[in-house]
Write a protein that binds this ligand. Structure first.
Ligand code: DGJ
Length: 726
């Protein structure tokens, strides 16, 4: 059983194939965490609950007596403010008396097979009820009447536990949630590094590793989106951990809005980690009988290093997060009009693109920004989601059918959550944008944010989208989001609920995305936010792929894709070959193969030599599709650590094939050898290398490695070596 309750010990044990998680109900019904780490067989572990040291003064519950147990030092499972747990908390409730002390105690639990639904928010899911088991722990604060349900769903075969909380006001008085986080975990020491992913537009998800120190450290977003600047991912790894070795805890929040991910190391040298909705600019009113659900957080533990942590996330997201028809259907190779034409296109140009692209083996044309309203640059028309017939003469259906006649699928661009000040929509509804009464709102890319926290706005927006999509045979939608949220307020929310705005906005976004994917289940949705500004697990519940970055330079993409792969699988990473010429087209292709693959260039302008390379790339895309999309990734040489090379490898789940890609960032003028040890192969199998025709055992490839020095030695060159079982 993945979840057991030992009533004698009053202990819950949650086991996956790689980890155990142990919760204990202590005296006076305090819920404490005893352990999270490598699998252990029994429920009896040392009770790291009672400690003799105190911070400055001893504070303890007189009902227990003595000072051995104090919430100040105990590993409280879901820390709250006010009752002697002074660390960063998961929950803070301002009750009707105005104080904010909350003291949660165990009142019951249930254990069952399956996973409960979460209405209105995206979560991981089960393909089959037997895939996971759930523990619900109920905890009550007697004074406020707040009842918290802590949900733990254990995906035993995957090595994953998901967590979230429901906060219910069972009293007759209103309360206000000032913090309501998804996860809180106390680790017994602080000998860890924190790994996070920072960045900006054009440089998303840079891996950053820092040693934990006393105090609070971490990352957050206050931008109304998960953001380019920090990703809602954090790993806490043992100080010496590397790709292959060491204890690693990975956390990822299934949320697309403001988040926090913070670690606090206390004076005792223990670590608390919390993750959830950012409490800054957040407060949620809970009337009598009302409940609030936090987003879901995904937890991964492995004792086999950072690489294995990533692979557990990858398998889990491919299997239990990405959904719908396109989860397992082969994604089409697309060509996107943006970098080839920007706003300057018409029906003829797009059909010419389609004709030229078809000859190269491309399978879908995507018409990017500029097809609607009077949009000829980025100063107008967001919100006017009707076809600009000056550009698309004869209408959209004529264009779509011409593209289909060429044998290509057709995709279209939207930026639904935005409104241009210069738009018919804004003139008709001057209060539909996000703004504070009496304050001129900030503009980003000369646009406002549409207030999708409002149902009437969502209905109006959806009607426009539905009219276009339902009347045309659309195969794909690219959903963009090109600014962050400022002046966060809604014209229709009462003053006391304005603090709910940010979360209501995110729920509104989920609602429209949900309408799109449920009304048009055949459509392939690709998310985007000025590149990868909203690359998070919540978006992956709607769109199986997300545009990784507007930076399509193959060398820059190396760090972006290495960073993204910390928790997101190749199948989700939008990657295209563009006209960006710092490297040759072959390297651009080799790097883009690590993602969903496509082109972002004028296909009519390719030289004969480039066309031949593209034809080979298309062939390789098909050949390596399963290996890359569903294989295991090994980051062999990281561009974050090596100034000369990046090398990565995919291994098929049956270990019969492997693909190794080397890119030379900068020619190494010093060393005259470069040997790389492959990983994840079967030591007993024999593999033939397609470049040398040599046959090696898996053991030889993994222990002696292969010499990669002689291949692709110069700046920007690259090579792929394919190994198949003989
Ligand atoms: C930002 C996206 O990342 C680009 O790919 C493109 O769609 C533009 N927006 C269009 O405005």
């Amino acid at each position: 059983m993945p979840i057991i309750y030992d009533s004698k010990q009053k202990t819950f044990k949650l086991d996956t194939k790689t980890s155990s998680y142990i919760i204990h109900v202590y005296r006076e019904n305090y819920i404490v965490n005893l352990y999270y780490g490598a699998l252990i067989p029994d429920t009896f572990v040392s009770k790291r609950v009672e400690r003799s040291t105190n911070a400055s003064f001893s504070v303890a519950n007189p009902a227990i007596g003595g000072y051995d147990f104090s919430p100040d030092t105990a590993p409280i499972e879901y820390g709250c403010n006010g009752a002697a747990d002074f660390r960063i908390s998961a929950l803070s409730v301002r009750n009707s008396n105005g104080d904010s002390t909350t003291d949660l105690r165990y009142i019951g639990h249930s254990i069952y097979q399956g996973k409960p639904e979460l209405e209105g928010q995206p979560t991981s899911y089960l393909n089959d009820k037997s895939e996971a088991d759930t523990l619900e722990i109920y905890a009550e604060d007697k004074v406020t009447g707040v009842i918290v349900t802590l949900y733990y769903t254990v995906f035993a075969d995957q090595g994953v536990i998901t967590r979230r909380a429901k906060i219910h006001n069972s009293s007759e008085n209103p309360v206000k949630l000032e913090r309501a986080l998804s996860l809180c975990i106390d680790l017994p020491d602080m000998d860890y590094d924190l790994i996070t992913l920072y960045g900006r537009h054009n440089k998303e998800r840079t891996v950053e590793r820092r040693r934990l120190a006393h105090g609070i450290q971490g990352v957050e977003s206050k931008r109304g989106a998960s953001s380019h600047c920090q990703n809602p991912f954090a790993a806490i790894v043992k100080s010496g951990a590397n790709e292959e070795y060491g204890w690693c805890y990975g956390f990822n929040l299934v949320y697309s809005g403001n988040f926090t991910a913070m670690a606090e190391c206390d004076y005792n040298g223990t670590t608390r980690f919390i993750m959830g909705i950012n409490p800054t600019d957040f407060a949620w009113n809970l009337g009598a009988g009302e409940s609030f659900d936090t987003p879901e957080a995904v937890m991964v533990f492995t004792d086999k290093g950072i690489g294995e942590m990533s692979r557990i996330f990858h398998r889990f997201y491919n299997n239990n997060l990405v959904r719908g028809e396109w989860k397992s259907k082969k994604r089409p190779i697309l060509i996107n009009s943006w970098e080839a034409a920007y706003f300057d296109f018409d029906t003829k140009k797009l059909v010419d693109f389609a004709k030229a692209a078809k000859k190269l083996g491309v399978e879908m044309l995507v018409m990017d920004d500029g097809w609607f309203g009077k949009r000829n640059d980025d100063t107008s028309s967001l919100g006017d989601w009707y076809v600009n017939e000056k550009k698309l003469k004869g209408g959209l259906s004529k264009l779509v059918s011409q593209v289909h006649d060429e044998g290509l699928k057709f995709g279209i661009w939207y930026e639904p959550e935005m409104i241009s000040p210069d738009s018919d929509l804004f003139r008709a509804h001057p209060d539909w944008h996000v703004h504070v009464k009496g304050r001129e709102p900030m503009q980003g890319r000369q646009q406002y944010v549409l207030d999708v926290s409002r149902k009437d706005v969502r209905d109006g927006l959806w009607q426009m989208m539905y009219d276009v999509i339902s009347k045309n045979d659309i195969d794909y939608v690219k959903w963009d989001f090109n600014r962050n949220i400022t002046d966060a307020a809604s014209a229709i929310l009462p003053a006391e609920k304005q603090s709910e705005f940010f979360h209501r906005f995110v729920l509104g976004t989920y609602d429209i995305m949900n309408r799109l994917v449920t009304t048009f289940p055949n459509i392939l949705l690709e998310n985007c936010s000025g590149g990868g500004g909203r690359f998070d697990p919540a978006m992956l519940c709607f769109s199986p792929q997300i545009w990784c970055s507007d930076n399509t330079d193959a060398i820059e993409r190396l760090t972006i894709q290495f960073g993204t792969s910390m928790c997101y699988p190749a199948s989700t990473m939008g990657a295209h070959v563009s006209a960006c010429s710092r490297t040759g087209i072959a390297t651009r292709g080799n790097v883009a193969l690590w993602g969903t693959f496509g082109y972002e260039m004028d296909p009519r302008k390719l030289t004969k030599e480039e066309r031949d390379i593209v034809l080979t790339q298309v062939e390789e895309y098909h050949k390596y599709y399963n290996l890359i999309h569903y294989g295991d990734l090994y980051r062999l040489v990281s561009p974050f650590e090596n100034p000369y090379y990046a090398v990565w490898q995919f291994v098929s789940p049956d270990k019969k094939e492997a693909l190794v890609t080397k890119v030379t960032v900068k020619r190494d003028e010093i060393h005259r050898t470069f040997i790389v040890k492959l990983k994840g192969l079967d030591p007993e199998k024999l593999y033939k290398c397609d470049i040398t025709d040599e046959v090696y055992s898996g053991a030889a490839l993994m222990n002696a490695g292969i010499v990669l020095y002689n291949y692709a030695r110069n700046d920007g060159e690259s090579i792929k070596l394919y190994f198949s079982e003989v």
